[in-house]
Design a protein around this ligand. Structure first.
Ligand code: FES
Length: 164
């Protein structure tokens, strides 16, 4: 099982501008900047969007669109653990939707949301390159495959144990 996700920094405009300024010269700088901001802060705070837009001379709508289009970016801090479940074709054909329903009904976990205690975030991902192990997921960045309800329950039990 992986480590807890890194604690995000709170928003710091100076640090955000430093990161943006260091990458703005790149061709196609939007994605590298967003990745660097998320690495530093744990998510893309709404206050970062105008800073990115201004540095790249694009509209706020364009910058916001990039954040919402790519599933890699989150607009709120993640929980201490992150479960990313693959919902692309191969995993769909092997039953990932059933697993998502199981998470929703049995564990009250909905993709895109974090538990009230801040312990766990569930996110969708679209192909992890682990199709041979469908249905697959990432738990704190570590791939897990051939999931079924029982394995998911066990994984969540381990994460709960690690929360203490
Ligand atoms: S479709 Fe899920 S890992 Fe490729």
């Amino acid at each position: 099982m992986g480590q807890d996700t890194q604690a995000p920094l709170s928003f710091d405009e100076g640090r955000a501008l430093e990161i943006i300024g260091g990458l703005a010269h790149l061709e196609g700088a939007m994605l590298p900047i967003l990745h660097a901001l998320q690495d530093a802060f744990g998510h893309i705070d709404a206050r970062m969007v105008p800073l990115v837009a201004s540095a790249l001379n694009v509209s706020r709508a364009d910058a916001h669109g990039a954040v919402s289009f790519y599933h890699d970016f989150r607009d709120a801090p993640a929980g201490r653990h992150v479960l990313r479940i693959c919902r692309a074709e191969s995993c769909q054909s092997m039953g990932c939707e059933r697993l998502v329903e199981h998470l929703r009904h049995t564990h009250r976990l909905t993709p895109g949301e974090t538990t009230a205690d801040g312990a766990l975030t569930l996110e969708n991902v679209y192909c992890l390159g682990q199709c041979a192990l469908s249905p697959a997921a990432l738990v704190d960045g570590e791939p897990v495959g051939r999931l079924d309800e029982k394995r998911l329950d066990a994984l969540l039990g381990q994460l709960k144990g690690a929360r203490a």
